[in-house]
Write a new protein. Structure first.
Length: 176
């Protein structure tokens, strides 16, 4: 059993992960509208990753006998379809999520909640990957320059991404 404080914080984290999913879905739609279908697919894969993150926490709460309390999601604000600006926003967003995961880990440690501590460690590793993915795209953009040919090639490359997580939530352990 986990404390009420930890359960509340995990419910908050579920909301943040779902808000991330919603943000990436909005970004994906924006890029698809502009004809950047590769970038749109990359962002749609990211949407699935975020939903998986949320559902993994959801399953953990149920496994621990705690209540899942779903909260309101803010409408995502996607103002740009410029590659560089958009992926800078992705990186910035992920850095914020990393902070939030580390905060949750610190809370579990302070409570001597070893089960939650071990569980959240998976997300710490995942955040390294999330930040690396966005940084690499920005690096590639710098290397290629901003020409339309470069964006065309990068768009094709981004379209090769497939989600590395379960996209059916029936496959998420504990979530049903
Ligand atoms: Fe769930 O890692 Fe991105 O936001």
């Amino acid at each position: 059993m986990i404390s009420r404080k930890i359960a509340d914080r995990i419910n908050e984290q579920i909301n943040r992960e779902m808000a991330s999913a919603y943000l990436y879905l909005g970004m994906s739609a924006k890029m698809a509208e502009k004809g950047y279908h590769g970038a749109a697919k990359w962002l749609l894969s990211q949407y699935h990753e975020e939903m998986f993150h949320a559902m993994k926490f959801y399953g953990y709460l149920l496994d621990q006998g705690a209540s899942v309390e779903l909260k309101t999601l803010p409408a995502p604000e996607v103002k740009t379809s410029d590659f560089k600006e958009l992926f800078q926003k992705v990186l910035e967003h992920e850095k914020g999520v990393t902070k939030s995961i580390v905060e949750l880990l610190a809370m579990a440690k302070a409570e001597n909640d070893y089960a939650t501590e071990i569980f959240v460690q998976w997300y710490v590793g995942e955040q390294v990957e999330e930040e690396k993915n966005a940084s690499e795209i920005l690096q590639n953009l710098d290397l290629l320059g901003g020409s339309s040919q470069a964006l065309f090639l990068l768009n094709i490359e981004l379209g090769k991404r497939v989600p590395e997580v379960a996209t059916s939530f029936l496959e998420v352990e504990g979530a049903h």
